[in-house]
Design a protein around this ligand. Structure first.
Ligand code: 3H9
Length: 721
């Protein structure tokens, strides 16, 4: 044995080479945390000293090769003084470079996934073989950073600038065929052939059959494009990448600058440029927020998997109520392998539901991510019916009928009479209390909420709502079903609107009030889009449907009359009365025209502007509302209600609160979530801001939890402001 640690070991092979095997003893994964990096450095030193070694094979004994740098250590790292942080990174670079310069060949046998630093390490070896089941890539951009251990210069030298831009800026793990075609790996083999293939390749190198020195030279020296070609490549990439990233994400720009600066440098100079850029990106708020989201996601995943220990198996499901929502749910269930029956009371609705599912599947076929055969197979998992017959035998029934208490109650009561005693009755209500709905059943313990978001295939969140009497098994099984169909479940306690709509309606009410006070809705949309929302509130209302919004608003006002009742004639109500229902009716706050691909395009509509002006009490002129006031009034109303949800234990943690908004309504991810947004401003400062608008009503009142935190200078995600 040349080296033995807790994360890795190096042993001599019979062929004169050595094998460095990653196999973290106390974890199910290999990651490049402090411990592994320390041992890796020691192992490389040991190998440098052993003159008998003639080649090196890197392997892993885990399911995946290496998942990357340890993201849980990032918060500590990113907070280091820049020079200390840079020195830490350079130290790793030097170890990788020492391995790259070994006087013998090096080969990585990549099993499973190798991402981020977990792929940068094999990029420092001469050759890489991966398996047909693996994925390799550099996803750092998703964390608000970019590759910091050599990926930004080794990858473009290996696969060319354009391909490297694509890998790094998109951050998507690459499939084996693509990685091979573009040159990121040298061979792809079946998993059971990996070790032998790696060993064979190493032996060929050791026998002098492969020019591994040429490989190294390629990576040590600048990219092979002349100055003009480089300039063109960078200018094109800049336009595309920065256009797509938008103004809120600094990492792509820093990455492009670093890549352009080190394009012609020797590796040892390039690493310094990369490190400086990396530290700059890592020390932005955006990186801290995006890393926070990764950690929240992992924490919620762990929580969900703990919860599902007592779940029963869902072999088949049903959805009541076809249409766009029912069709979307059926599509999602069938796509992920759980057969589903779609029931409605008339054929037209069933046809609409099937049309929706077929449309979504056809899109996948068109994009080349599904074959016609798989599409037909998926469709065969959706059955339609007008009677309860087959629904009776399914393990869960998702009720997605019209959003009306009485109708939902009678459907649930009727359903309970036909299904087995173990079938879960899950209501896809978006606002109505589950406890209230469950009163219609004899066994409220098997009733819960399963709130999907529209469009179902795109929105990751499912709120699993625990009614007063829902049993733990009901919740666990519903969470397990949501996970099995590829959704992100968050368990919330019952109240009107649950978590997401309870905070969305105050936000929309803030919009109504601004408009009523005289602000221009087009201006509000622009400001909130600039803030980072995927669409402004007026456009959002149009997409949701003004009828749906008015109905939801009435339910919320009944639930929280002190702060959610609108006591003026709202613009949305006026539009609804005139049958301007938003995008689906062709007009609302905007007018919609279909483009050549049949997608609705919004246009400014003079009629809407006149109509809104008529409802406004116009206590101020439109130009008196600054961008700052608009953001403050809109965000305060939303964030304060999020705090109240936490205070009322509707959600059990700041992580659940923030992720529900990111996954459910597209809260700007670079801001990390509503509570992280409050943290970024400071709880004290946020309270002061709310107090400025106290005369706007109870929606702006400071909840006790926030007041207490502010007086102690505390943050939701730990530490002091
Ligand atoms: C990087 O490398 C930067 C460098 O360029 C330079 C740095 C200076 N760190 O998701 P799973 C844990 S940036 C820490 O359930 P799956 C995860 O929390 C990094 N922990 O499994 C979970 O723990 P637990 C670039 C990590 O099979 C366990 O592993 N890399 C990390 O569904 C299993 O994970 C990435 O961005 C990590 N990097 O998916 C990869 N990765 O069991 C991020 C995983 O205690 N990770 N864990 O709950 C992923 O995309 C997925 O986890 C992966 C596995 C595809 C790897």
């Amino acid at each position: 044995m040349i080296y033995e640690g807790q994360s890795l070991s190096v042993k001599k092979l019979d062929n004169g080479g050595a094998e460095l095997n990653f196999n973290r003893s106390d974890l199910p994964i290999n990651k490049l945390d402090h411990k592994t990096l320390t041992e890796f450095k020691e192992a490389i030193v040991a190998l440098s000293r052993d003159t008998s070694v003639k080649g090196l094979l890197l392997t892993s004994s885990k399911k995946d090769f290496i998942v990357g740098a340890d993201i849980t250590e990032f918060i500590g790292w990113f907070g280091l003084p820049s020079d200390e942080f840079e020195a830490k990174l350079i130290d790793v670079h030097k170890t990788f470079a020492t391995m790259e310069d070994f006087p013998f060949p090096t080969v990585s046998a990549i099993n499973g996934v190798a991402l981020g630093g977990g792929f940068e390490l094999p990029l420092s070896t001469d050759y890489r073989i991966m398996t047909t089941k693996g994925r390799v890539g550099l996803p750092e951009i998703n964390l608000g950073i970019f590759p910091g251990w050599g990926g930004s210069f080794r990858l473009p030298r290996l696969i060319g600038l354009d391909n490297a831009f694509k890998w790094i800026a998109m951050g998507k793990p690459q499939r084996p065929a693509d990685a091979l075609k573009e040159g990121g790996v040298d061979a792809v083999v079946e998993p059971d052939k990996l070790y032998d293939a790696g060993l064979k390749l190493l032996e060929r190198c050791m026998a002098g059959e492969m020019d591994y020195e040429a490989r190294r030279e390629e990576k040590r020296n600048g990219i092979k494009l002349n100055k003009m070609e480089q300039l063109m490549a960078f200018e094109t990439a800049r336009g595309m990448i920065l256009g797509k990233a938008g103004p809120h994400y600094p990492a792509p720009k820093i990455m492009l600058n670093a890549m352009q600066t080190h394009a012609n440098m020797h590796r040892d100079e390039a690493m310094v440029v990369e490190v400086k850029g990396f530290v700059k990106a890592a020390q932005t708020d955006v990186a801290a927020n995006l890393v926070g989201l990764f950690l929240n996601d992992q924490a919620l995943k762990r929580q969900a998997s703990k919860l599902t220990k007592i779940a029963s198996e869902i072999k088949t499901a049903s959805v009541l109520g076809a249409g766009v929502m029912g069709g979307g749910i059926a599509y999602q269930s069938a796509l992920k392998g759980t057969p589903i029956i779609m029931k409605d009371i008339n054929d037209e609705a069933l046809e609409l539901g099937m049309k929706e599912a077929k449309k979504l599947l056809a899109k996948r076929v068109k994009r080349g991510i599904m074959t016609e055969e798989v599409m037909m197979d998926t469709l065969s998992r959706i059955n339609t019916t007008l009677t309860y017959g087959d629904v009776a035998n399914t393990d869960i029934v998702v009720e997605a009928v019209v959003e009306n208490v009485d109708i939902k109650k009678s459907v649930l009561a009727e359903l309970e009479g036909v299904v087995s005693k173990d079938t879960i009755l899950a209501s896809n209500t978006s606002t109505i209390s589950i406890t209230e709905l469950a009163t219609a059943t004899k066994h409220p313990e098997r009733v819960c909420g399963m709130h999907f978001f529209n469009p179902v295939p795109l929105m990751p969140l499912v709120e699993v709502i625990r009614g007063e009497k829902s049993s733990d098994e009901t919740i666990a099984t519903t969470v397990a079903y949501a996970l099995s169909i590829g959704k992100k479940p968050i368990v919330v306690n019952d109240c009107p609107g649950f978590m997401v709509n309870r905070v969305l309606f105050p936000y929309l009410n803030a919009f109504e009030k601004l408009v009523n006070d005289g602000a221009d809705f087009l201006h509000i949309d622009k400001v909130m889009e600039r803030f980072g929302w995927p669409m402004g509130p007026a456009y959002l209302l149009d997409v949701v449907g003004l009828d749906v919004a008015c109905h939801g608003s009435a339910v919320m006002a009944e639930g929280f009359p002190d702060r959610m009742k609108i006591d003026f004639d709202s613009a949305t109500e006026a539009m609804y009365k005139k049958k301007r229902l938003g995008q689906k009716s062709g007009s609302g706050y905007y007018r919609y025209e279909m483009d050549r691909r049949g997608r609705p395009q919004k246009k400014v509509d003079k009629e809407a502007i006149t109509m809104v002006a008529k409802t406004s009490s116009a206590i101020r002129q439109a130009d008196e509302f600054s961008d700052e006031e608009i953001v403050e009034r809109m965000m305060l109303s939303l964030c304060l209600e999020v705090v109240r949800c936490l205070e009322d234990k509707i959600v059990d943690s700041p992580e659940s609160a923030d992720m529900s908004l990111i996954w459910g309504i597209g809260f700007p991810p670079f801001r990390g979530g509503a509570l992280r947004y409050i943290d970024s401003i400071g709880t004290k400062e946020f309270v002061t801001m709310a107090e400025k608008y106290a005369d706007l009503g109870e929606a702006y009142a400071v909840p006790k939890l926030l007041a207490d935190m502010a007086s102690n200078d505390l943050k939701f995600f730990g530490g002091k402001s």
